[in-house]
Each structure stands twice: as C-alpha cells, then as structure tokens.
Design a protein around this ligand. Structure first.
Ligand code: ZN
Length: 420
C-alpha cells in the first residue's frame, strides 16, 4: 500500500510562521483579533512582507491595501498565476482562517525558489485587504478593488468609532488616488488558487484531512414581512386571530424542511434575524419581519426550493389572514471552480494522500476572496479540515498535518500550472 510519503514544502517553517503571525492581535490562548486596516493588521502585513522579501519575492502594498509578493517568470508578459487569501480576522476570530492560505502560498512559492526553479509565468502571492468585512460592514474590499468591482461610497463607510475606510486605508499605506492605476487589466490574471480552512464540519465528519472545492454556493437573501392585526391576547378568540408570528413560525419551519428535503444535497436554509411588532406579551403580533438565507451549488435546485418556499408563504398567509411582502436583498449565482484545475488537484491529491480513494470534493457555503476572482479568471480552492467545523471563533482549530497536506497540494498544483 502506498503512503503519503514525504512532503516537498518546509513544514517547520510554515508552522513557525502561522504561530508567529497568531501572536499579533492575540486573543486569549488561541484566538486573534486583527480587524482590517487596524494597527494589528498592519503589523501582520509588515511581518508577512518581510517573509516574502526573505523568500526572494518583490513585495509591495498596493493602493487597496493588498500585500502582493511577486516572483518574475520566464515569460513575464504571460497572464500571472495568483495565490493567496487574507490575514485580517473577525473581532473574535481564529488563527487559521485566511492565514494558512497566505502562508501556505508563500511556502509553496518559496519552496519553488529554493529548488532553483523559475516558473513560466510570473507568480504573485497576495494577502487581500479586508476579506472579512467586519469593521466596515462590507468585505472582499481588496480583491474587489484590484478587479475593478468597488461600489460607490465605499470609502465613506465608517467603523464603530466613526473612522472612515478612506482614513483607515491612508494610515495603512493604501492610496485612493492610485486606485485606477493598481487595477489589473482584463486578462492579466491567468488563474487563482486559494487554500483555506473549510469552516464547516463536512471533512471532519468524513475524517478527511483535505478536500477539493467544487464551487462557492450562490446565496439568496430575502427579507420577508408578514402583516396581521394586533389585538388583546386575552380577548380575541383563536379563530378570529391574524397572528403574524404564528405565520412566521410555520414558514421558518417549512424552510428548514425544504432545505433538508433532498438527502445528501448541500442545500442550506436559515432564518437568522427576526423582529416582532409590537413585541409585547399581551398583544397578538401584528407585524413580523425576518431574513431568509438560502444557498446551494445547484441553481436549479435552489430555484425549486425558493418556489416551494414562496408557495408555503402564500398558503400560510391565506390561512392566517396575513398579507406579505418579500424583498430580494442578494441573489448571487454559484461560482464553479475550473474543471481543468480540479482535475490536476484530484490527480495530485490522490497521489499525495495515498489512501486508495478519490479525494473528497465539496461545496463552499461561505464566500472567499476566490469569489471575486472567479469573475476575472479560472480559480480553484483547497479546503483543510477544521475541528468540528468551528470558525470565526478562537476555538477554531486545524491540525498541523492537515495544514501541511493542504499546503503541499497547493505547491504541487502550482508546479503543474507553471510549467509552460
Ligand atoms: Zn477566510
């Protein structure tokens, strides 16, 4: 029986860097708080920049606050191969989210340099600015910036202390006056690879160290408002009530059942926020507003579930004498990873894992920097198992061996991609 064998990357250096970066903005024993564009974020970027330079990359912070390290290829005019993720964190975050993608990418490229190889096309390792979106309530800032997808008014967004993104970006070393100059022209990026922890429990449950991502699910976000009629909780007989909260309860339950209706499908449906008016214990609820988050990799199945949900909504409202309004807040299509890169990853992962079966392939429910890049180039992602799927929490944990395997797969995929 074949075994996983030895890895090409320098495991000790990779773990040492993950550990060292985790000291910046350290929260408790295992967590981190490195909010985007904060002094801690900058300290992290400066540290990673120094490692990039040690490795032999040309490193800079661009106008959007992205840290970019470049290795010149033999044919520098060719579309580049980009690798990366983010090092900013949630306020109550873990040390692996994003960080292993940036440090794994750096490790992959440094290994290539140390083996004396020059890639065909140039390679860039990127720590994208503000993936999380926690501080200014809108994420993927850096990657949307470099791909020309920023929206009106983004620089005027304020954090909880009234600091605008413009101010924070200037302090960080970014420069809004150079935005246009720092955008990548169409066709400049040939492909993008991202290594990330799964942030979900699938790999852990299957006892697989890593998985190949099929695509990033398309979220549908709705806001539903149900209106009934308020009345005294003590006097209005049950058959005469128009109780908006009872209607909401039935719809929420139906969403949960619809998302589970196909065994094995990755469909997920969530109602995460709800407001009740007038929200008093002795008044029949008149108005209830709640959010719907519905995701799937299969757009036809997602459309089916949405249709079924809307039917339930209609029926429940008729039955309970309610009126309703549905607002669509976000409707994104799924973004599939490139088949040709997945094929390479499958091949390399089968050899690397050496466990005699094909590697697990799974959908990403959360979005990542890859999502924005999917609109400008082919992309692929590797997920590393994280304990019980816990993330955005200091308890987040990925085992050293799993991270090594993920970074090695990233390295081997990169090598296949940069051979002319
Ligand atoms: Zn992340």
């Amino acid at each position: 029986m074949s075994t996983a064998g030895s890895l090409t990357i320098n495991n000790a250096r990779l773990h040492q860097r993950i550990e060292e970066l985790a000291q910046i903005g350290k929260l408790g024993d295992t967590g981190v708080c490195r909010l985007a564009l904060s002094p801690e974020d900058l300290q992290g970027v400066i540290l990673v920049k120094s490692w990039m330079e040690q490795a032999g990359l040309e490193a800079r912070i661009d106008a959007f606050g992205n840290l970019i390290g470049r290795l010149e290829g033999k044919a520098s005019g060719k579309p580049i191969l980009m690798l990366g993720s983010h090092i900013d964190s949630q306020p109550y975050g873990g040390r692996f989210d994003g960080a292993i993608g940036v440090l794994g990418a750096l490790e992959a490229v440094q290994t290539l340099i140390e083996l004396g190889e020059q890639p065909e096309q140039s390679i860039e390792v990127v720590a994208f600015c503000d993936e999380e979106g926690s501080r200014f309530n809108k994420g993927l800032f850096g990657v949307r910036g470099m791909t020309g997808k920023l929206e009106e008014g983004e620089l005027e967004r304020e954090d909880a202390n009234g600091v605008t993104r413009r101010e924070a970006l200037l302090t960080f070393g970014g420069d809004p006056s150079r935005f246009e100059a720092d955008q990548y022209p169409a066709g400049a990026i040939g492909a993008f690879l991202e290594l990330h922890i799964e942030q979900g429990p699938v790999l852990d449950a299957r006892q697989e160290p890593l998985g190949i991502v099929t695509g990033i699910a398309g979220p549908l976000w709705l806001t539903v408002e149900l209106t009934g009629f308020a009345g005294h909780a003590g006097s209005v007989p049950m058959p005469m009530r128009r109780d908006a909260l009872v209607g909401a309860a039935r719809i929420i339950t139906a969403l949960n059942q619809l998302a589970r209706s196909e065994a094995g499908a990755p469909t997920v449906g969530t109602v995460g926020a709800l407001t009740v008016f007038p929200n008093s214990r002795n008044i029949i609820p008149e108005k209830v507003t709640f959010t719907v988050d519905l995701r799937d990799i299969d757009m036809a199945r997602r459309a089916d579930r949405e249709r079924q949900l809307r039917n339930v909504l209609e029926e429940v409202c008729i039955e309970h004498g309610l009126t309703y309004a549905v607002r669509e807040d976000t409707n994104n299509e799924a973004r599939f990873c490139a088949d040709w890169i997945r094929e390479i990853m499958r091949d390399e992962a089968t050899r690397l894992l050496g466990n005699g079966h094909a590697p697990t392939e799974l959908m990403s429910g959360p979005f990542h920097d890859s999502l924005a890049l999917s609109y400008v180039c082919d992309y692929a992602m590797i997920f590393v198992r994280c304990k019980e799927g816990i993330s955005h929490n200091p308890l987040e944990y990925a085992a050293p061996r799993d991270i090594e395997l993920g970074a090695e797969l990233l390295y081997r995929t990169m090598v296949r991609l940069c051979k002319g």
